[in-house]
Design a protein around this ligand. Sequence first.
Ligand code: UDP
Length: 329
Amino acid sequence: MNILVTGGAGYIGSHTVRKLQAAGHRIAVLDNLSYGHRSAVPADVPFYQTDLLDTDGIETILRQEKTEAVMHFAALISVGESVKKPLLYYRNNTAGAMSLLEAMQRAGIKRFVFSSTAATYGEPEETPIFETAPQQPINPYGRSKWYVEQILRDIAAADSGFGFVAFRYFNVAGAAEDGSIGEDHQPETHLIPLVLFAAMGKRDKITVFGTDYPTPDGTCIRDYVHVDDLADAHVLGIESLRAGEAKFYNLGIGRGYSVREILDAAARATGRVIPADYGLRREGDPARLFADSGKVQRELGWKPKHTDPEEVIVSAWKWHTSHPDGYGK
Ligand code: UDP
């Protein structure tokens, strides 16, 4: 299949591009490189440095590449920033997706895979979280993605030829097994890379945000899914997608680990002492978030290969130690 991957120069997009190529698909990447890395895109993949809001430009690319399906990763991802700059998030994430969908409609492309997020659930009433749980996002980031989910439902209702899969990601971590690509966010805010930077001496320490949560060890519980497992789900998702389908799947391993458990796993994975201190809660962090991922396992036959956080951290460690400056400037 000819697939256009937006955000293919980013963390999850670049890992998925490789998995799609390995499955025999022909890929083109669209990325405005505001956060992506050109060198994360394989040299043999056509690359377009184009913004999502350039509807005409995207339409031209879709036609030129004889695109049959679109996978849409390009988005801003920082919850904190979204609270300060809501319009930026609605423009990039919501209006950007609308522009892309408009270009697709003009070019007659009707297969779409969307990167959604567990943040669309907000503060969950119960865990594990099922796809049918109420969605009440608590920040503009979560809402910017939630709106796109609603728009997709409406498009599918209006056009029986259109089909989509929206994957709601939990905490994505790890790096490609060969250490060639990995996570490089500027600035980095995610737990696992920050813990590894502390282990490498790239930062003094990691601060644990909150030790008074109602969890067994007082720290927050999250569901850490390996980026390559997540990418595999996208391959299954696009290959099984049929006209008229509107599918939503959680992507998590279905088990939660606390921040303290992640620090312990990182110490084992790296053989280093992780310098840590214990601080206050970070605003907007629910105590526990983990998926029920039975639906994607049953319906798409997905099975995460990495269910031990130590393995996930080993892969991330390989990337960070071999690329201490990420992709460089
Ligand atoms: N966290 C932490 N210290 C940090 C960064 C994150 O204790 O420097 C915690 C955070 O409070 C959350 C978990 O680690 O409970 C995962 O946070 P991350 O930002 O990686 O992902 P999120 O769950 O916000 O999507």
